[in-house]
Design a binder for this molecule. Structure first.
Ligand SMILES: C[S@@+](CC[C@H](N)C(=O)[O-])C[C@H]1O[C@@H](n2cnc3c(N)ncnc32)[C@H](O)[C@@H]1O
Length: 276
């Protein structure tokens, strides 16, 4: 543990545990039995939109940090949101991905873009056997996946000899929040606010790390069916999304945004140099 001896400390552990339990709660979406498969495809298409716009934004922000000779380790690449734009700027990218299904989608997306400078490890990051160290270790939209955030950050540093980078969502489209209030009949008080980034910031500052932080805005387009699934993936943690609720989401989207719905989100990029 890299904690400094401090007289005053922010108690981030309790809120982390409570918020994480809410974020990883099981979805109750029953209106479509093929939802899982369709959602995985949606996720991939969403980030492929506009030729990986959101991943390219990250690469642009990291411009001066990246080097053509870099070997990169990416944790939880999913469909390649970041992997694909990043692989074009570095020598090699090694990805650790726990899900076989997501790895298959990633392989297809890499093939489609004719990318060859990668290595894929189908393992859980926490247990993966990784031999070498890397110039840059990065994870994107990943922090809620780990139970022990300090261990995760420590492990990122362990495999990095130059930089560590975290990319996390930091702003949710208002339409999702409005749909929650109208359909769940509950005031939105941050139930699914994407705010894991500030826990990482707090921990790293406790370790005396100095972070560069930049945020960016990005968008993606959803047709009506994709839009219903997208909203259901948030509401389904609070209410059961059955045929009737799915109908309400559909009417809400038709009335408020039409088709296609251009979703506008924000993400933050945080990078730092681990202790040598
Ligand atoms: C929310 S997605 C993010 C995907 C991508 N990095 C992005 O920015 O869009 C998280 C990914 O991490 C993977 N994952 C979850 N837990 C993991 C673990 N313990 N080790 C490796 N991969 C994991 C999931 O299968 C999924 O593909």
């Amino acid at each position: 543990m890299k904690r400094r001896e401090l007289k005053y400390r922010i108690n981030w552990q309790d809120p982390w545990k409570k918020m994480r339990n809410e974020r990883i709660r099981k979805l109750r979406v029953t209106y479509d039995k093929d939802l899982r498969i369709k959602s995985a495809e949606d996720f991939s298409n969403r980030y492929k939109w506009n030729d990986y716009e959101s991943g390219r934004e990250v690469v642009n922000i990291l411009g001066n940090v990246l080097n053509k000779d870099f070997e990169v380790l990416e944790i939880g690449p999913g469909p390649g949101t970041l992997t694909i734009p990043l692989s074009e700027k570095v020598r090699k990218i090694t990805c650790v991905e726990a899900s076989k299904a997501n790895l298959q989608i990633l392989k297809e997306n890499l093939k489609e873009k004719k990318i060859k400078n990668f290595e894929l490890i189908n393992e859980c990051w926490e247990k993966a056997k990784i031999e070498n160290s890397f110039d840059l270790v990065i994870c994107s939209h990943f922090l809620w996946m780990v139970e022990d955030l300090e261990k995760h950050l420590e492990r990122m540093e362990q495999f990095s000899n130059r930089y560590c980078v975290i990319v996390q969502p930091c702003g949710r489209d208002e339409v999702v929040k409005n749909a929650f209030e109208e359909i769940c009949k509950e005031r939105y008080t941050g139930q699914f606010e994407p705010d894991a980034d500030y826990f990482a910031y707090t921990i790293l500052r406790e370790w005396s790390r100095l972070l560069d932080v930049r945020y960016f805005e990005y968008s993606f387009e959803l047709n009506l069916e994709e839009g219903i699934r997208y909203i259901a993936s948030y509401l389904g943690k609070f209410i059961e999304v059955d045929e009737q609720v799915a109908g309400k989401i559909k009417n809400f989207l038709i009335a408020k945004v039409g088709e296609p719905w251009v979703v506008r989100d924000k993400a933050v990029v945080m990078w730092w140099e681990p202790e040598k």
